[in-house]
Design a binder for this molecule. Sequence first.
Ligand SMILES: Cc1cn([C@H]2C[C@H](O)[C@@H](COP(=O)(O)OP(=O)(O)O[C@H]3O[C@@H](C)C(=O)[C@@H](O)[C@H]3O)O2)c(=O)[nH]c1=O
Length: 182
Amino acid sequence: MGSVLSMEDFDRMERPRIQGRPSFYGETLIKDVVIKELSLFADERGFLVEIMRSDDDEMKPLNIKQAIASYSYPGMIKGWHLHSEQEDYLVCVTGMVKLVLYDYREDSETYKVINEIFMGEKHPRAVYIPPGIFHGIKNIGHEMSVVIGMPSLFYDPENVDERRVNPLDKDIVPYDWDCKME
Ligand SMILES: Cc1cn([C@H]2C[C@H](O)[C@@H](COP(=O)(O)OP(=O)(O)O[C@H]3O[C@@H](C)C(=O)[C@@H](O)[C@H]3O)O2)c(=O)[nH]c1=O
């Protein structure tokens, strides 16, 4: 029998991250963010997912002003985006993405909390994001990903309610986008 690892060495090593909620990492869900698990209806023709209903008050769909489709190449990161007024309602309809949120609201009980939300074809879900929360999206699949965004403001190129920070700049948002493979 080889040498048995001493428990002292064992305890010094990193413990595995645990998903308290499927396809989610974070000490707690950021305040006012809503994650709605969507049902996928499959048959031999294909599958269907209901991505938004105007009678689903929790997701504030009546605030939606328009819808966009955001396409990302594999491995691409889009972010960090921050809105002062705009609410976002996001659903990944093609591929898989990692949506990362960082609460930047100083008066929030979840100020500086980070959420990692994995969503898309393998885990259909819709996410409501209030203003004041940095968000970024990484295509973690091997095909183009498509995220449907349904914001609460019309897009106004003369007065865009959005500020951006380079996703690799950790000074403002202390997050490493690399895959945590351990
Ligand atoms: C967002 C938006 C962009 N555009 C145009 C102008 C802009 O230079 C070009 C590319 O836009 P963006 O760089 O914002 O696209 P993108 O980086 O894909 O970001 C978009 O992704 C979704 C998921 C979000 O969460 C939003 O932040 C939205 O900005 O498209 C519109 O015409 N209407 C729109 O509503």
